[in-house]
Design a protein around this ligand. Structure first.
Ligand SMILES: Cc1cc2nc3c(=O)[nH]c(=O)nc-3n(C[C@H](O)[C@H](O)[C@H](O)COP(=O)(O)O)c2cc1C
Length: 188
Protein backbone atom coordinates (compact mmCIF):
# COMPACT_ATOMS: atom_id res chain seq x y z
CA UNK A 1 0.00 0.00 0.00
CA UNK A 2 1.35 3.39 -1.03
CA UNK A 3 0.70 6.51 1.04
CA UNK A 4 1.62 9.82 -0.56
CA UNK A 5 2.32 12.81 1.68
CA UNK A 6 1.86 16.16 -0.03
CA UNK A 7 3.61 19.06 1.71
CA UNK A 8 2.25 22.48 0.75
CA UNK A 9 4.24 24.74 3.05
CA UNK A 10 7.32 26.50 1.69
CA UNK A 11 8.80 26.12 5.22
CA UNK A 12 10.30 22.65 4.91
CA UNK A 13 11.15 22.49 8.61
CA UNK A 14 7.85 24.07 9.57
CA UNK A 15 4.81 23.02 11.54
CA UNK A 16 2.72 21.27 8.88
CA UNK A 17 5.77 19.44 7.49
CA UNK A 18 6.54 18.16 11.00
CA UNK A 19 2.97 16.90 11.37
CA UNK A 20 3.03 15.36 7.91
CA UNK A 21 6.26 13.51 8.66
CA UNK A 22 4.71 12.15 11.83
CA UNK A 23 1.57 11.03 9.97
CA UNK A 24 3.75 9.28 7.38
CA UNK A 25 5.63 7.60 10.22
CA UNK A 26 2.29 6.31 11.49
CA UNK A 27 1.39 5.01 8.02
CA UNK A 28 4.81 3.35 7.67
CA UNK A 29 4.48 1.64 11.05
CA UNK A 30 1.09 0.33 9.87
CA UNK A 31 2.87 -1.27 6.90
CA UNK A 32 2.61 1.31 4.11
CA UNK A 33 5.25 2.44 1.63
CA UNK A 34 5.41 6.18 2.13
CA UNK A 35 6.67 9.12 0.12
CA UNK A 36 6.79 12.81 0.95
CA UNK A 37 6.34 15.21 -1.96
CA UNK A 38 7.64 18.69 -1.12
CA UNK A 39 5.52 20.73 -3.52
CA UNK A 40 7.37 24.09 -3.24
CA UNK A 41 10.53 22.33 -4.46
CA UNK A 42 8.93 21.18 -7.71
CA UNK A 43 8.51 24.39 -9.76
CA UNK A 44 4.85 23.90 -10.57
CA UNK A 45 3.31 26.72 -12.60
CA UNK A 46 -0.32 27.75 -12.16
CA UNK A 47 -2.97 26.41 -14.56
CA UNK A 48 -2.99 28.58 -17.73
CA UNK A 49 -6.62 27.68 -18.51
CA UNK A 50 -5.38 27.11 -22.07
CA UNK A 51 -7.75 24.24 -22.85
CA UNK A 52 -4.81 22.06 -23.89
CA UNK A 53 -6.23 19.17 -21.85
CA UNK A 54 -9.78 19.45 -23.21
CA UNK A 55 -9.57 16.52 -25.63
CA UNK A 56 -7.00 14.31 -23.91
CA UNK A 57 -7.25 14.85 -20.15
CA UNK A 58 -3.50 15.47 -20.20
CA UNK A 59 -1.81 18.72 -19.24
CA UNK A 60 0.39 20.19 -21.98
CA UNK A 61 2.50 22.33 -19.66
CA UNK A 62 5.93 20.75 -19.31
CA UNK A 63 7.17 21.52 -15.79
CA UNK A 64 7.52 19.93 -12.36
CA UNK A 65 3.86 18.85 -12.34
CA UNK A 66 4.48 16.16 -14.96
CA UNK A 67 6.35 14.10 -12.34
CA UNK A 68 3.47 14.50 -9.90
CA UNK A 69 0.66 13.02 -12.05
CA UNK A 70 1.94 9.40 -11.87
CA UNK A 71 2.29 9.71 -8.10
CA UNK A 72 -1.30 10.96 -7.83
CA UNK A 73 -2.38 8.05 -10.04
CA UNK A 74 -0.51 5.30 -8.20
CA UNK A 75 -1.00 6.11 -4.51
CA UNK A 76 -3.60 4.29 -2.42
CA UNK A 77 -3.99 6.96 0.22
CA UNK A 78 -3.09 10.61 0.65
CA UNK A 79 -2.01 12.92 3.45
CA UNK A 80 -2.13 16.58 2.42
CA UNK A 81 -0.59 19.21 4.71
CA UNK A 82 -0.72 22.96 4.32
CA UNK A 83 -0.72 25.94 6.64
CA UNK A 84 -3.39 28.61 6.21
CA UNK A 85 -2.15 31.50 4.09
CA UNK A 86 -4.70 34.34 3.86
CA UNK A 87 -7.60 32.02 4.57
CA UNK A 88 -6.69 29.23 2.16
CA UNK A 89 -3.99 26.70 1.31
CA UNK A 90 -0.57 27.97 0.18
CA UNK A 91 -0.14 29.24 -3.38
CA UNK A 92 2.28 26.37 -4.04
CA UNK A 93 -0.29 23.74 -3.13
CA UNK A 94 -3.10 25.58 -4.91
CA UNK A 95 -1.05 25.64 -8.12
CA UNK A 96 -0.60 21.86 -7.87
CA UNK A 97 -4.32 21.37 -7.24
CA UNK A 98 -5.34 23.68 -10.10
CA UNK A 99 -3.08 21.70 -12.43
CA UNK A 100 -5.42 18.76 -11.76
CA UNK A 101 -7.98 20.47 -14.00
CA UNK A 102 -6.91 17.95 -16.68
CA UNK A 103 -8.05 15.18 -14.31
CA UNK A 104 -11.38 16.97 -13.84
CA UNK A 105 -11.71 16.96 -17.66
CA UNK A 106 -10.93 13.23 -17.70
CA UNK A 107 -13.49 12.42 -15.04
CA UNK A 108 -16.38 14.67 -16.01
CA UNK A 109 -15.97 15.37 -19.75
CA UNK A 110 -14.10 12.40 -21.17
CA UNK A 111 -15.50 9.92 -18.61
CA UNK A 112 -12.13 8.19 -18.35
CA UNK A 113 -10.68 6.72 -15.17
CA UNK A 114 -7.41 8.27 -14.03
CA UNK A 115 -6.35 5.67 -11.48
CA UNK A 116 -6.92 1.93 -11.35
CA UNK A 117 -6.82 2.13 -7.55
CA UNK A 118 -10.09 1.82 -5.66
CA UNK A 119 -11.21 2.91 -2.18
CA UNK A 120 -8.67 5.70 -2.04
CA UNK A 121 -8.80 7.80 1.09
CA UNK A 122 -7.21 11.06 2.13
CA UNK A 123 -6.70 13.24 5.18
CA UNK A 124 -5.90 16.92 5.52
CA UNK A 125 -3.59 18.49 8.10
CA UNK A 126 -3.50 22.23 8.65
CA UNK A 127 -2.34 24.82 11.15
CA UNK A 128 -2.80 28.57 11.34
CA UNK A 129 -1.29 31.36 13.41
CA UNK A 130 -4.62 32.83 14.50
CA UNK A 131 -6.79 31.36 17.20
CA UNK A 132 -10.03 31.17 15.15
CA UNK A 133 -10.99 27.72 13.88
CA UNK A 134 -13.07 29.07 10.98
CA UNK A 135 -9.83 29.89 9.13
CA UNK A 136 -9.79 26.23 8.04
CA UNK A 137 -13.12 26.24 6.21
CA UNK A 138 -12.02 27.48 2.80
CA UNK A 139 -8.88 25.33 2.79
CA UNK A 140 -10.82 22.18 3.61
CA UNK A 141 -13.29 22.92 0.78
CA UNK A 142 -10.35 23.21 -1.62
CA UNK A 143 -8.95 19.87 -0.47
CA UNK A 144 -12.40 18.26 -0.72
CA UNK A 145 -12.73 19.47 -4.33
CA UNK A 146 -9.25 18.12 -5.09
CA UNK A 147 -10.05 14.75 -3.51
CA UNK A 148 -13.42 14.41 -5.31
CA UNK A 149 -11.74 15.00 -8.67
CA UNK A 150 -9.24 12.22 -7.96
CA UNK A 151 -11.83 9.81 -6.49
CA UNK A 152 -10.36 10.08 -3.01
CA UNK A 153 -12.70 9.97 -0.01
CA UNK A 154 -12.06 12.82 2.47
CA UNK A 155 -11.59 10.68 5.55
CA UNK A 156 -10.52 13.02 8.34
CA UNK A 157 -8.65 16.18 9.16
CA UNK A 158 -6.44 17.63 11.86
CA UNK A 159 -6.69 21.39 12.38
CA UNK A 160 -4.57 23.30 14.87
CA UNK A 161 -5.13 27.02 15.38
CA UNK A 162 -2.70 29.24 17.30
CA UNK A 163 0.48 27.69 15.86
CA UNK A 164 2.65 30.35 14.28
CA UNK A 165 6.43 30.38 14.69
CA UNK A 166 8.64 27.78 13.07
CA UNK A 167 8.79 24.75 15.32
CA UNK A 168 5.92 25.91 17.55
CA UNK A 169 4.20 22.58 16.97
CA UNK A 170 6.89 20.76 18.97
CA UNK A 171 5.32 22.29 22.10
CA UNK A 172 2.14 20.30 21.39
CA UNK A 173 2.99 16.62 21.83
CA UNK A 174 -0.69 15.66 21.68
CA UNK A 175 -0.90 17.14 18.15
CA UNK A 176 2.14 15.10 17.13
CA UNK A 177 0.46 11.98 18.51
CA UNK A 178 -2.79 12.84 16.69
CA UNK A 179 -0.87 13.19 13.41
CA UNK A 180 0.75 9.78 13.92
CA UNK A 181 -2.67 8.24 14.58
CA UNK A 182 -4.13 9.92 11.50
CA UNK A 183 -1.46 8.24 9.37
CA UNK A 184 -1.74 4.82 10.95
CA UNK A 185 -5.56 5.03 10.77
CA UNK A 186 -5.38 5.48 6.99
CA UNK A 187 -3.82 2.02 6.67
CA UNK A 188 -6.04 0.25 9.16
C1 LIG B 1 1.83 34.46 3.62
C2 LIG B 1 1.25 34.04 4.96
C3 LIG B 1 -0.11 34.14 5.15
C4 LIG B 1 -0.69 33.71 6.35
N1 LIG B 1 -2.04 33.81 6.50
C5 LIG B 1 -2.63 33.41 7.68
C6 LIG B 1 -4.05 33.51 7.86
O1 LIG B 1 -4.80 33.92 6.98
N2 LIG B 1 -4.55 33.12 9.05
C7 LIG B 1 -3.76 32.66 10.07
O2 LIG B 1 -4.28 32.34 11.13
N3 LIG B 1 -2.41 32.51 9.90
C8 LIG B 1 -1.82 32.88 8.73
N4 LIG B 1 -0.46 32.74 8.54
C9 LIG B 1 0.35 32.07 9.60
C10 LIG B 1 0.65 30.60 9.27
O3 LIG B 1 -0.52 29.86 9.03
C11 LIG B 1 1.43 29.96 10.45
O4 LIG B 1 2.64 30.68 10.64
C12 LIG B 1 1.73 28.50 10.29
O5 LIG B 1 2.24 28.00 11.51
C13 LIG B 1 2.76 28.20 9.20
O6 LIG B 1 2.89 26.80 9.08
P1 LIG B 1 4.20 26.10 8.45
O7 LIG B 1 5.29 26.22 9.49
O8 LIG B 1 3.78 24.70 8.18
O9 LIG B 1 4.51 26.85 7.19
C14 LIG B 1 0.14 33.17 7.38
C15 LIG B 1 1.54 33.10 7.18
C16 LIG B 1 2.09 33.53 5.99
C17 LIG B 1 3.60 33.43 5.79
Amino acid sequence: MKVLGIAGSPRQEGNTCALLQEALKGAAEAGADTELLFIPGLKINPCRECGGCDNTGKCVVDDGMQAVYPKLRDADHFIVASPIFFGGVTANLKAMIDRCQCLWVRKYILKQAFSAKTNRRGVFISVCGGKKTDFFQAASLTIKAFFITLDITYDADLFLPGIDSKGAITKYPSAIRDAFKLGSGLCG
